[in-house]
Write a protein of this length. Structure first.
Length: 366
């Protein structure tokens, strides 16, 4: 931003953005409104400048980087203001990230029919498979891959890249069964506050090496030269995602435990956490403790951790799951029995920690 005023800064971004949009107009989607898109982008940047931390981050970002990020949204016909995609300042650059609303828009998803509209006869170079793989407890299915199979069979592509979390061995089984070129690449963007501020400068691909290299060559048009690619076999790549999610769940439970200890000792957990993450060996992600919900609960962790723990009888993970579930039980009992309306969340957490053993002992008593 330098010595420019806020208005001068925004004007410079808008002018450069409009110039680039004009130069690239032939690459824009049908019906693209250049003027409205530019104004929406400026509104997004102006809103960022109202936040002190984001304003500081913006000061390190070159205007060219901002414009390049915005142009990526324009190419896809996505609107930053409507939350279809995001501009995220990180390490001196403006990074581009799509939201699920943007993904649906790009894929022409029809929610009423629960399917993606694909023009007849289209064959893709690479198809990325990102569908739900839920637990079916009543059927004792720890990872339902039926939607993955459907997506592969209903679309024609040279190479299929499974991004959904699947049980180790699934990719190889599908490759042998279908005769198609299928590889696995774990997805790392999460849906919580723990990971939204982290940029992942690597991509893991597991499967046939030639297919992995072809996918890397395609992705190199999207990522810059600093992005790292790692090739392995599909089973190792699949297990990597389970290992990551299990570690994150363990980390959250570990921090919950120390929140309870700190509360009992009248120590400020947030100050304790800030000192803890000063050690470069400790990544700050997943160290926050939500005072209303001091336990892990997310689509991925709730599904993947029990799946791997039960399948392989992993005793440590089973204890982590038990600790997490017991925390939920303790808080539920305290909320119903003792907490008057309007009491501070910190007191709720304090009692959850101090009375934990007492409550759990009562629960186990016949």
């Amino acid at each position: 931003m330098g010595q420019m005023t806020a208005d001068q800064y925004l004007d410079q971004i808008q002018n450069q953005l409009m110039k680039t949009l004009t130069e690239k107009k032939d690459a824009m989607p049908p019906g693209f409104n250049q003027q409205r898109f530019a104004l929406n982008c400026i509104t997004v940047i102006r809103d960022m400048m109202k936040d002190y931390k984001k304003r500081e981050q913006l000061q390190t970002v070159d205007i060219n980087s901002i414009v390049l990020c915005m142009i990526k949204g324009a190419y896809l016909g996505l609107d930053f203001l409507n939350g279809e995609c995001y501009a995220i300042p990180y390490k001196g650059e403006m990074t581009f990230q799509t939201d699920y609303k943007g993904e649906i828009k790009v894929c022409k998803y029809k929610p009423e029919e629960n399917k993606i509209e694909v023009p007849y006869g289209v064959r893709y170079d690479i198809a990325f498979i990102c569908v739900d793989t839920p637990i079916r407890k009543e059927e004792r299915v720890l990872c339902d891959t039926s939607e993955v199979k459907n997506a592969i069979m209903e679309n024609e592509a040279e190479i299929y890249v499974i991004k959904s979390t699947v049980s180790p061995g699934t990719t190889e089984q599908l490759r042998v069964k279908t005769g198609k070129r299928i590889i696995f690449s774990p997805e790392y963007y999460g849906g919580t506050q723990h990971c939204n501020n982290f940029r992942f400068d690597f991509t893991i691909l597991g499967g046939e090496r030639k297919a992995c290299i072809e996918v890397i060559q395609a992705l190199q048009h999207v990522y810059d030269a600093r992005h790292q690619f790692r090739i392995t076999d599909s089973r190792t790549a699949e297990l990597t995602k389970y290992m990551e999610n299990s570690f994150l769940a363990t980390k959250v439970s570990f921090c919950q435990q120390f929140y309870f200890i700190a509360s009992e000792m009248d120590v400020d957990y947030e100050e304790l956490r800030e000192l803890f993450v000063l050690d470069p060996r400790v990544n700050p992600s997943h160290t926050f403790v939500d005072r209303l919900h001091p336990y892990w609960s997310s689509h991925c962790l709730d599904k993947d951790v029990p799946a791997i723990a039960d399948t392989y009888e992993a005793s440590l993970l089973q204890e982590i799951i038990k600790f997490n579930e017991n925390t939920k039980k303790c808080l539920g009992i305290i909320r119903k029995a003792e907490i008057p309306e309007g009491i501070k969340n910190d007191m709720l957490m304090y009692q959850a920690g101090v009375r934990r053993k007492e409550i759990l002992k009562d629960l186990e008593t016949p």
